[in-house]
Design a protein around this ligand. Structure first.
Ligand code: GSH
Length: 208
């Protein structure tokens, strides 16, 4: 049985959403962040030495990293549902979004969060951080022109991977200038599986 080791208010919410969309059975273990530091509790490091979430276990197999987990679940537990046919160009685009979400898009948003904690001391870094955020959100918004989903005509793991980017951008009040990405997030929030995943994993409260 697949087990999702879920940290409250975190990226692992995406994995719950994926599993609810697929209707794949899973066990859920919830870990609570330290209220002061927001770090994961030490019990998570017993699952994987990084002590981060998401992490899944499947028998003896331990998988970390959102994109790899989405790929693993879709290949091993879903018969390839929620991804394009690997022989198609859509699959190449799908892989791009799966890697891009954490590999590129999250970096300036995370920098904004951490540098924001420096208050005035961080001021010299903000112009560069803001221009990088605008670069990425502009690219993402443009990619959604004329589309309901990131790839093809239906939901894929790419939408699931990209959801945390949208959540954090919205929490940082960055989405107003990117209406296609903003509206896409509203559409994802309206999905029944999203709502079930939120009930199980608990709401996001990602303010800085
Ligand atoms: N790129 C990784 C990031 C994992 C990550 O940093 N997770 C955060 C939650 S959003 C975490 O576990 N933070 C708690 C900690 O660092 O102690 C992924 O997407 O899986």
């Amino acid at each position: 049985m697949l087990t999702v080791h879920h940290l409250n208010e975190s990226r692992s919410q995406r994995i719950l959403w994926l599993l609810e969309e697929l209707g794949t059975p899973y066990d859920l273990k919830i870990y609570a962040r330290n209220a002061q530091t927001r770090l994961a509790p030490p019990e998570l490091a017993a699952i994987h030495p990084l002590g981060k979430s998401p992490v899944i276990t499947d028998g003896d197999v331990v998988v970390i990293e959102t994109g790899a987990i989405i790929d693993y679940i879709i290949r091993r537990h879903a018969g390839g549902r929620l991804q394009p046919d690997p022989a198609t160009a859509d699959y190449d685009l799908y892989m791009q979004w799966l890697h891009y979400a954490e590999g590129s898009a999250m970096l300036p948003l995370m920098l904004n969060m951490y540098v924001g904690r420096l208050k005035e001391a961080g001021a010299p870094l903000h112009p560069r951080i803001e221009s990088e955020i605008a670069n990425h959100l502009g690219f993402i918004n443009g990619a959604l022109k004329g589309r309901q989903f990131f790839v093809g005509e239906t939901l894929t793991g790419a939408d699931i991977a990209m959801s945390f980017v949208a959540e954090v951008a919205r929490a940082q009040r960055k989405l107003a200038d990117y209406p296609l990405f903003d509206a896409w997030l509203d559409r994802m929030h309206a999905r029944p599986a999203w709502k079930v995943a939120l009930e199980k994993g608990g709401p996001y409260a990602l303010g800085q």
